[in-house]
Design a protein around this ligand. Structure first.
Ligand code: GLC
Ligand code: CA
Length: 561
């Protein structure tokens, strides 16, 4: 079947604030991105996902939108954006926007109106509830960012009611029950499509609907984090009844008729329930990215687990669904630090991880900096951190009796700030990101890890990503081939084939710090394999060499069928 463009694409996520600063104010911007488009073209990606660049007070770095139809002045203007879009398109690179539609900023005009009076025309754009008879919050839900007293409800003096905010106090949840709000959102999406954008990433789209009557959660408070009895319960507002009708309406009103690509942030989506959202015939969203492999709280992916998750998602393809492959993004720590080895084997393991996401079934999503093996950062003080989760969790831990050092050590390794340090372009001051003071401190490893040095080296990670992109373009089995794992009891080795009518690809990865002997199963060893790619260019193909595989060694072979 003819593929959709996004099934053959490689998506590159840009966190604009940390990508490239063109005017020395310490904040990455659109002219900065424009200046780097040629680099992205060389990398071989063909779609950019911009994290939110709209007007925003930046409480959550743009996920708090104050105007959905404008660009934040720190990033540039709508004209800069149009220029970027045209240039990208002329280079064969598509552009998708991050749509944050669960909530807006409290500085959005809608909210400013909404809070004015109970009969304001915008009142129902947000979710307001009266206090309980004793004046307390409408229920016991806790907010993800753990600000204030920890509740997901904030009291507003002006009208004497509470508004719901699942995230920051400054990010009130929008009321999707209210049709005029939905209309306004659909118009706005059309407006971006009219400008020429190719689709949308939908922020926490599984949480748009809230349970009727706002019942208390029965979940017990988390002893390490929760406060004042408020409980963070992800299940309360996720997959609530009616969410599918809502998404289908969006599809019929906007995405379908405009042929716009959509990828949802699959909070709560697993291979078990994914078909409800992404089975093509349901007409909801095209893809979701899930948290089963990459997870803010996970620091290893045992091969057995990798096989299980990949097999489950590949099975969904038989039901007309399309997976996403990624291991990190702006919400996680750095993949090479979590799932690879960012010390002695940084380059080799970065390439191994890249190979997995580019050769397993689905569309790979690359997050800026992965292509040069950027690592987690260690800051000496909580003052250097910015992420709302990190700060919220830290203060909550300190309040519950941990020392500041203990609390920092607990939150740092998984902080989203790890992924948000400025892009490391070269070994000049501030890694070449800005001539001013960067909005968040540069990772001190920039002198050793940066694009310029990487590209000049014989074992460049960037060049390897390019080779993976070329391989995807040349080998239909990567897009279409059936997935089958081999050596399925092996604790350290990930081995799989992707077979289509024309060819079979074979990927072999030694996913460990140790060298390991690998023997091909008989069924595979009977064939003559041609090596397509390796992360150890100096070595003889391991299948010919026999014996031990080096730590983190990966090879990709092919065979015509
Ligand atoms: C999503 C975004 C994250 C943001 C949150 C609230 O998880 O990826 O960065 O903080 O939604 O909008
Ligand atoms: Ca700037």
């Amino acid at each position: 079947m003819k593929k959709k463009w996004w099934q053959e694409a490689i998506v590159y996520e840009i966190y604009c604030k940390s990508f490239c600063d063109s005017n020395g104010d310490g904040i990455g911007d659109l002219p900065g991105v424009i200046s780097k488009l040629p680099v992205l073209k060389e990398l071989g990606i063909n779609c950019i996902w911009f994290t939110p660049i709209y007007t925003s007070p930046q409480v959550d770095n743009g996920y708090d939108v104050a105007d959905y139809r404008n660009i934040d002045p720190a990033y540039g203007t709508l004209d800069d954006f149009r220029e970027l879009l045209n240039k990208a398109h002329s280079m064969g690179i598509r552009v998708i926007m991050d749509m944050v539609l669960n909530h807006s900023s409290d500085e959005h005009e809608w909210f400013k109106e909404s809070r004015k009076s109970k009969d304001n025309p915008y009142r129902n754009y947000y979710i307001w509830q009266p206090p309980k008879p004793d004046g307390s919050e409408p229920n016991n839900w806790g907010s993800y960012f753990r600000e204030g007293n920890g509740s997901a409800w904030e009291f507003d003096e002006q009208t004497g009611e509470y508004y719901l905010h699942q995230y920051s106090i400054k990010m009130p949840d929008l009321n999707w029950e209210y049709e005029p709000l939905r209309r306004e959102i659909y118009d706005m999406l059309h407006w971006w499509l009219d400008m020429g954008v190719d689709g949308f990433r939908l922020d926490i789209f599984t949480r748009f609907k809230k349970p009727a009557g706002f019942p208390d959660t029965k979940k017990e408070p988390d002893v390490l984090l929760d406060r004042n009895g408020f409980v963070v319960d992800t299940s309360m507002c996720t997959h609530v009844e009616g969410i599918h009708e809502l998404l289908h309406e969006m599809y019929t009103e906007v995405f379908g008729p405009r042929d716009a690509m959509t990828v949802g942030e699959g909070a709560g989506v697993t291979s078990e329930n994914a078909l409800d959202y992404v089975c093509a015939s349901r007409e909801e969203v095209d893809m979701v990215y899930h948290f089963e492999l990459a997870n803010r709280r996970r620091f290893a992916i045992p091969p057995e687990y990798f096989r299980k998750v990949q097999t489950a998602w590949a099975d969904l393809m038989k039901h007309n669904a399309w997976p996403v492959q990624y291991l990190s993004n702006h919400d996680s720590a750095r993949q090479v630090s979590c799932y690879g080895n960012d010390g002695n084997y940084r380059k080799r393991s970065a390439k191994l991880l890249a190979t997995l996401i580019h050769t397993c079934p689905g569309t790979p999503f690359v997050y800026q900096g992965e292509e040069i093996g950027m690592t987690n950062v260690t800051y000496s003080s909580i003052e250097d951190h910015n992420c709302c989760y990190t700060l919220g969790d830290y203060h909550s831990m300190v309040q519950l009796g941990k020392s500041p050092e203990e609390a920092l050590a607990a939150v740092a390794p998984r902080s989203r700030d790890n992924a948000r340090t400025p892009y490391q372009w070269n070994s000049e001051e501030n890694a070449g990101f800005t001539t001013g003071k960067p909005w968040i401190k540069v990772n001190p490893r920039y002198e050793e890890i940066n694009l310029e040095m990487d590209r000049a080296s014989a074992d460049s990670i960037f060049a390897y990503y390019r080779a993976l992109a070329d391989m995807r373009a040349e080998h239909p089995a990567i897009i279409d081939g059936d997935l089958r794992f081999w050596l399925t009891d092996h604790p350290d080795v990930i081995m799989y084939t992707r077979a289509c009518a024309r060819e079979t690809l074979l990927v072999i990865a030694n996913y460990t710090d140790n060298s390991t002997p690998i023997t091909l199963p008989d069924e595979l060893s009977a064939h003559a394999w041609h090596r397509e790619l390796t992360n150890e260019p100096s070595s003889i193909p391991s299948l010919q060499r026999g014996g031990e595989w080096m730590p983190w060694e990966v090879e990709v072979y092919s065979m015509a069928n």
